[in-house]
Design a protein around this ligand. Structure first.
Ligand code: IPM
Ligand code: MG
Length: 365
C-alpha cells in the first residue's frame, strides 16, 4: 500500500468545481491500485487575498511542502485584476513554483480523434499530434532581478532581467531527455540564440547534456520558427524543451491544437520524470479560472481529472492508476459525452459533475 498526502488548492472561479471531480476520481481509483490517499485542502489565490490579504499564506505553503503532491484548480479573476494592486492571485502560483522548487513543467498536448472538429486547424494537420512541452518554471525573466519601474530624466522606464545558470539549464534539459526516452526519443530545444545571451548559454549546455543521451534525436529550433512549426507541422514534435517565458507563450499556442483548453493537464515537478521514482509535483489544468461560467456546473473537469492522472504517474509512481484514468476519459469521449466547450453545434452537453461521474463509472465498471 502506498500512502500519500495530497494538498488540494481548489482556488477561484471554476477551480473548486473541477478540482472536486479530480479528487473524486482519485478517491475512486486509489483502492484499485494500492494507494491510500489523504487530502489536505487549503485556500490560495484570490480567495486567500479576500480572507487574509495574502495570495499564498505561509501556512498554505507549509501545507504544500508537507504533502507528496499538490492538486490545484485555478487562481485569479476580474475581482483581483487591478494592475495597481499590491497582491495578485497569480503570485500564489509563482510562490508555490519557487517554494517547492518545481522547475520542470510538463504540458502534454495530443489530439483526440473525436474532438478534431473543435480545433480551428484542419484535420490533416492535427491527426496524430502527441507532444509534450517541458517548460523551465523557476528561472528566467519570471524571477530575474532587477524587475522594477524607474523614473529617469527622460520619463518612465522599466526593467526585467532574464538570467539562467548552467545548473538551471542542465537539470531542465535532463528532465526533457528523460521524458523523451519514455516516448518517441526526439527532443527539440527551443531558444533565441541569435539574439539572447541566455539562449546561447542554453544551447551550449543543452548540447553538452545531449551527449549523455545519444539514443535521443536532438535538434535546436529558434522560438519564432517554432511558433510557426507548431501550427504547420505539429506532428513532427515529441518533446520540446524551453525556457520559462517561451514555454508560457508556446504552450498557449499548442493548446489550440487540442481544440479546447478544457482538456489539457499539466505537471510541475521538482525533479526529472523517471519511471518508478516518485517526484514531488504540482498538478493543475492549464486553463484558467473562467469566472464567466463559475458556479454554473458548466466547466469541463477533464483537464483537472487528467492532471490527477499525471499526479498518479509522477508523484505516486503508479502508471497503472494514471492509465486507468486516461482510459476512462478516452472512453467517455469516444462514447460521445461532451461538456459545453467540446460540444459541436446541436450536440447535447453534460455538466461538470455529470462528466466527472461518467469518468468514475468507467473506472468502477
Ligand atoms: C501559466 C500562466 C502563469 C504563467 C500565470 C498565471 C502566472 O500563464 O501557468 O502558463 O505565466 O506562468
Ligand atoms: Mg501561461
Amino acid at each position: 500500500m502506498t500512502q500519500a498526502t495530497i494538498a488540494v488548492f481548489p482556488g477561484d472561479g471554476i477551480g473548486p468545481e473541477v478540482t472536486a471531480e479530480a479528487v473524486a476520481t482519485l478517491e475512486a481509483v486509489a483502492p484499485r491500485h494500492g494507494l491510500s490517499l489523504t487530502f489536505s485542502t487549503g485556500t490560495i489565490g484570490g480567495a486567500a487575498i479576500d480572507a487574509s490579504g495574502e495570495p499564498l499564506p505561509v501556512a498554505e505553503l507549509a501545507r504544500a511542502r508537507a504533502a507528496d503532491a499538490v492538486l490545484l484548480g485555478a487562481v485569479g479573476g476580474p475581482r483581483w485584476d487591478d494592475p495597481a494592486a499590491r497582491v495578485r492571485p497569480e503570485q500564489a502560483l509563482l510562490g508555490l513554483r519557487q517554494g517547492l522548487g518545481l522547475y520542470a513543467n510538463l504540458r502534454p498536448v495530443w489530439t483526440v480523434p473525436e474532438l478534431l472538429p473543435a480545433s480551428p486547424l484542419r484535420r490533416e494537420i492535427l491527426e496524430g499530434v502527441d507532444l509534450v512541452v517541458v517548460r523551465e518554471l523557476t528561472g528566467g525573466i519570471y524571477f530575474g532581478r532587477p524587475s522594477e519601474r524607474r523614473t529617469t530624466p527622460e520619463g518612465r522606464a522599466a526593467v526585467d532581467t532574464m538570467v539562467y545558470t548552467e545548473q538551471e539549464v542542465a537539470r531542465l534539459v535532463r528532465a526533457a531527455f528523460a521524458l523523451a526516452r519514455q516516448r518517441r526519443r526526439r527532443l527539440t530545444s527551443v531558444d533565441k540564440a541569435n539574439i539572447l545571451a541566455t539562449s546561447r548559454l542554453w544551447r551550449e549546455v543543452a548540447h553538452e547534456v545531449a551527449r549523455e543521451y545519444p539514443d535521443v534525436a536532438y535538434e535546436d529550433v529558434l522560438v519564432d520558427a517554432m511558433a510557426m512549426h507548431l501550427i504547420r507541422r505539429p506532428r513532427d514534435f515529441d518533446v520540446i524543451a524551453t525556457e520559462n517565458l517561451f514555454g508560457d507563450i508556446l504552450t498557449d499556442e499548442a493548446s489550440m491544437l487540442a481544440g479546447s483548453m478544457g482538456m489539457l493537464p499539466s505537471a510541475s515537478l521538482a525533479g526529472a520524470p523517471l519511471p518508478g521514482t516518485p517526484c514531488r509535483g504540482l498538478y493543475e489544468p492549464i486553463h484558467g479560472s473562467a469566472p464567466d461560467i463559475a458556479g454554473q456546473d458548466r466547466a469541463n473537469p477533464l483537464a483537472a481529472i487528467l492532471s490527477a492522472a499525471m499526479l498518479c504517474r509522477h508523484s505516486l509512481a503508479s502508471p497503472a492508476a494514471a492509465k486507468a484514468i486516461e482510459a476512462a476519459v478516452s472512453g467517455v469521449l469516444a462514447a460521445g459525452h461532451r461538456t459545453a466547450d467540446l460540444a459541436a453545434r446541436g450536440e447535447v452537453a453534460v455538466g461538470c459533475r455529470a462528466m466527472g461521474r461518467l469518468v468514475r463509472e468507467r473506472l468502477e465498471g
